[in-house]
Design a protein around this ligand. Structure first.
Ligand code: ADP
Ligand code: TRP
Length: 331
C-alpha cells in the first residue's frame, strides 16, 4: 500500500519562494511515490482575509502555481477545501475531542497574545474563533484522508503534532484506530526559507520573492537582500548569509562548494554573490514562470481540474465520515 501525502496552501497572497521550497517542491517529489492529496486551503484563509476578490483571485493563482510547478492532476488529488464539506463535519467532530488547553498552546495564537500584551491591548484583540480553532480545522484536513506525510515548512510542524494529539484522543476514547497518525516532513535547508530581510520569508512580513517574478523583478529583489557592510576584499561567512542560504536551495552540490570557497577566500563582493544567486534561481524558475503565465489566462481549465478533484476527494471523505459516525453512535 502506498503512503498518503497531503498538504494545503492558503489563498492569502501570491505564492512565494518559501511556499515553493517549503511545501510545493517537496510535495511534488513525494507525489512520485505516494498517493498525494494537495489542496487550496480557502476556509483557512478567511480567518485573516475578508476581501472576496482576494480569496477568489489568490485561489486561482495558488492553483496555477501548483500546476505550473508540475502537479499532474491525473496523479494527484487536487481540490479546494471548500468543495469538500466533509472537512467541516470532521472539524466539528474533532472539536469534541480537543482540549481547549491544547489550542491555548498554539504558537500562532500565543504570538498574537504576546503582541497584544506588548501594545497594551486586550489579550484577545483581533482573535476570531476561526483563528483560535485553526489547528482543529487543519487536523480535519489531514485526518480525513488517512494521511501519513505532511510536507510543510517548520512553522506548521506544531499544527501537525496537534493533529496527532487529537487523533490519539479519538482513537483512545473509542479504543480504535480510526485515525492514522500523520508526520510532518521538511528538508533541513528549506524548512525555514529566509526572506529579503533575513527573517523567515512570509507574506505577513512583506519580505517575499514571488515565485513567478519576472526576470527583471527577480534580479531587483535579489539585489535588495540585506547583507552586511563587509568590503569586497574581506572573507565572508557563507553560513550566516541569506544570499548563500537561498543559493543552497537552488544550486547543485558542486556549485555550492565552489561559491563557499569564494566566500571564504575573500575578493568577492555581495553583488557578485547575488548575481550567482540570480542565475541559479532564474534558470530553475523560468520554465515554471512561462507555464504559469500561460495557465493563469485559463481560469476555466484550472476550475475544471479542481472540480474534478473535489468529486473524487468527496467520495473518499464521505466513506471516512460514515465510519466515524458509526464509531460515535451517530447513524
Ligand atoms: P505565509 O507564511 O507566507 O503566509 P503560508 O502560511 O501560506 O505562507 O504557507 C504555505 C506553505 O508554505 C506551508 O507549508 C508553509 O510551511 C510553507 N512556507 C511558507 N513560508 C515558508 C518559509 N519561509 N520557509 C519554508 N516554508 C514556508
Ligand atoms: N496551515 C497551513 C499554512 O498556514 C495551510 C494548511 C491548511 C495545511 N490545512 C493544511 C497544510 C493541512 C498542511 C496540511 O500554511
Amino acid at each position: 500500500m502506498k503512503k498518503v501525502a497531503l498538504t494545503g496552501i492558503k489563498p492569502t497572497g501570491i505564492p512565494h519562494i518559501g511556499n515553493f521550497l517549503g511545501a510545493i517542491q517537496p510535495a511534488l517529489k513525494l507525489s512520485e511515490t505516494c498517493e498525494a492529496r494537495y489542496f487550496i486551503a480557502d476556509y483557512h484563509a478567511i480567518n485573516t482575509v475578508k476581501k472576496s476578490n482576494v480569496i477568489r483571485q489568490m485561489s486561482v493563482k495558488v492553483a496555477a502555481a501548483w500546476l505550473a510547478c508540475g502537479l499532474d492532476p491525473e496523479q494527484v488529488l487536487f481540490y479546494k477545501q471548500s468543495s469538500v464539506p466533509e472537512t467541516f463535519e470532521l472539524s466539528t467532530i474533532l472539536m469534541a475531542y480537543t482540549p481547549k488547553g491544547l489550542m491555548n498552546r498554539a504558537h500562532a495564537y500565543k504570538a498574537i497574545l504576546q503582541s497584544n500584551a506588548e501594545s497594551g491591548k486586550d489579550p484577545d484583540d483581533g482573535v476570531n474563533m476561526g483563528l483560535f480553532t485553526y489547528p482543529i480545522l487543519m487536523a480535519a484536513d489531514i485526518l480525513l484522508f488517512d494521511t501519513d506525510y505532511v510536507p510543510v515548512g517548520n512553522d506548521q510542524f506544531q499544527h501537525v503534532e496537534m493533529a496527532v494529539d487529537i487523533a490519539q484522543s479519538f482513537n483512545f476514547i473509542h479504543s480504535c484506530e480510526a485515525f492514522k497518525l500523520p508526520q510532518a516532513l521538511a528538508h533541513e535547508q528549506s524548512k525555514t526559507v529566509v526572506g529579503l530581510d533575513g527573517r523567515k520569508m512570509s507574506k505577513s512580513y512583506g519580505n517575499i520573492i514571488p515565485l513567478f517574478a519576472a526576470e527583471k523583478e527577480l534580479r531587483k529583489l535579489i539585489m535588495k537582500i540585506v547583507t552586511n557592510s563587509q568590503t569586497i576584499e574581506e572573507p565572508k561567512d557563507p553560513d550566516t548569509c541569506s544570499v548563500f542560504a537561498l543559493y543552497k536551495c537552488f544550486a547543485t552540490d558542486e556549485q555550492i562548494k565552489a561559491l563557499r570557497q569564494r566566500y571564504l577566500a575573500g575578493g568577492m563582493g555581495w553583488g557578485h554573490a547575488k548575481q550567482e544567486l540570480f542565475e541559479v534561481m532564474n534558470a530553475q524558475l523560468s520554465p515554471y514562470r512561462e507555464k504559469y503565465n500561460a495557465l493563469i489566462q485559463d481560469s476555466a481549465y484550472i476550475n475544471s481540474v479542481l472540480q474534478e478533484g473535489s468529486l473524487k476527494a468527496r467520495e473518499l471523505a464521505s466513506q471516512k465520515i460514515k465510519l466515524l459516525r458509526g464509531i460515535m453512535g451517530i447513524d
